[in-house]
Ligand binder design. Structure first.
Ligand code: PRP
Length: 208
């Protein structure tokens, strides 16, 4: 499996993922858990952010400090990626959010682009591609393709569940992109759903 794959071993991630998978979890709770998981996974995905030394005035005097000064862009893949934005914004209030609209053609399972309003040149130094599900990997690969054409230099994928097929496809297409997920599941089924998975993330998030 890809050296760039990071599956969380954090107990809170495991606990919350189990609740998220549960078919008895309603839409409201599903969104809440997705938000919390996104925050925890973003914490893990940003371990290598660059720091600039600084000084800070405390009530007692001057202390050495650090500033995480890289500009970060969140790139949620519509629709389900939207459910990961809020939690990360709590952790990183100054992020830019650039939406990419893709849906998976139900017959071919290939991604179809329907929304992209990226400006002409990159405005961030690190992009976090957000999508709860890395299934065939087609949507993530297409999004990274778009970001690289845009000129993005450092790109990470942050999701909740991945199938081995999706990890392999993304790692082959874009070996430089690290993949941060809560769990690596067993496989894809014949209609491209992750098994055992959690069902259709977009539908569970938005009540459709
Ligand atoms: C689902 C999911 C991912 C994509 C993953 O989206 O949210 O975006 O499929 O599949 P892939 O790795 O095989 O590309 P869907 O097309 O159902 O759209 P939605 O998020 O709008 O429901």
């Amino acid at each position: 499996m890809s050296a760039k794959l990071q599956v969380s071993s954090h107990p809170l991630v495991k606990h919350k993922l189990s609740l998220l998978r549960d078919s008895a979890t309603d839409h409201r709770k599903f969104r809440e858990l997705s938000r919390e998981l996104a925050l925890l996974l973003c914490y893990e995905a940003t371990q290598d952010l660059a720091l600039t030394p600084t000084t800070v005035a405390t009530p007692m005097g001057e202390a050495a400090g650090w500033e995480a000064s890289e500009l970060i862009g969140l790139v949620p893949i519509l629709r389900a990626g939207l459910g990961l934005v809020d939690g990360i914004q709590e952790l990183l209030p100054n992020v830019q959010v650039w939406h990419i609209g893709l849906y998976r053609d139900e017959e071919t399972l290939r991604p179809v682009e329907y929304y992209n309003k990226l400006p002409a040149a990159p405005t961030v130094q690190v992009c976090l591609v957000l999508d709860p599900m890395l299934a065939t990997g087609g949507s993530a690969i297409a999004t990274v393709d778009i970001l690289k054409r845009w000129g993005a230099q450092r790109i990470k994928f942050v999701g909740i569940l991945a199938a081995p097929e999706g990890v392999e496809a993304l790692a082959n297409a874009h070996p430089d992109v690290s993949i941060h997920v809560a769990e690596l599941d067993e496989r894809l089924n014949e209609i491209g759903f992750i098994v055992p998975g959690l069902g259709d993330a977009g539908d569970r998030m938005f009540g459709t």
